[in-house]
Design a protein around this ligand. Sequence first.
Ligand code: F6P
Length: 356
Amino acid sequence: MRIGVLTGGGDSPGINACLRAIVRRAHEAGAEVIGFQDGWKGLVEDLTMPLGLKEVSGILPQGGTILGTSRTNPFNKVKKNGETIWEPTDKVRKVLDTCARHRIDCLIAIGGDDTLGVAAHLIPHGLRAVGIPQTIDNDLWGTDYSIGFPTALSIVTEALDRLHTTSHAHHRAMIVEVMGRDAGWIAVLGGMAGGADVILIPERPFSVKDVVARLKKRLELGKRFSIIVVAEGARPVELGGKQVTQQEVDAFGHVQLGGIGYWLAARLREHKDELELTPRVTVLAYLQRGGIATAFDRLLATRLGVRAVELALEGNSGVMVGMQGERVVPVPLEEVAANSPRLVPDELIELAEIFY
Ligand code: F6P
């Protein structure tokens, strides 16, 4: 049995723990593992690297991915009559040829909705693949947790603890911009763990008027500082519910987000007389994706990696390993692609609001 592995999309701590688990479990079963570098690009351009016991030794806690990553897409995503169509390009044939050349029986793809979306769309073309959920955004359908999310939460929580002390001392409204394109998992759970006073997420468009009202209410209670956590994909009603974006667009048609924190600070400054709080902005950005993986992430990555290999050994294809409660279960990749992004449920959003 020959198993190929790739890591695609935004990286996160825990990927290397997963690669280690894949290699160790495959080795135990006498299967060979071939690494493809830089996501789907490695399959298109036939960029391999050996992935044996030696290569995965000592990488358990390390962030990043020893395979490298990219946002290469062998399909063209086009909108037709409001529907998104994945049109195959000549790169699809190249991916399949590379797999055939290396006699890959099953390809394990580690990534978020884009990377696993490619796997799902390659299955009808004859690819045999198993997916592993990995995105700090935690927005993949079919799994409670994706690799990287637990570590991102810890990073955000520690940042909020630190920002609390300085905003308290200076009587400031500290705006903390976190990642979260379509779903506010990091903002809601990180914000709750770090004691945020206002949490703004893509799921619920917000108005500056409401934010000002909340800050004023805290001032009336004698609280002369506030922590506002805003997801990069949050949608102000003043912008017609549109997200604040940058210029760059990736191969999956996603425009780079970022800037909502500074946008909000400028709006709050317009209310400085009533608020008596100076706004300041901290953009956590790529810090959320860097550094060593937490214990939870290492264990999650290990369990998902081992199960993915076992599913491949049993001859499965077209599934993602999902963590559901205490169990790791196979979920059809097609369903993952069709139902992602998984949004934060109302009850969690309302739970966070109790602490505003
Ligand atoms: O992988 C998810 C994510 O972290 C998003 O939250 C964010 O919008 C995006 O990646 C940033 O990606 P890039 O690394 O391409 O700037």
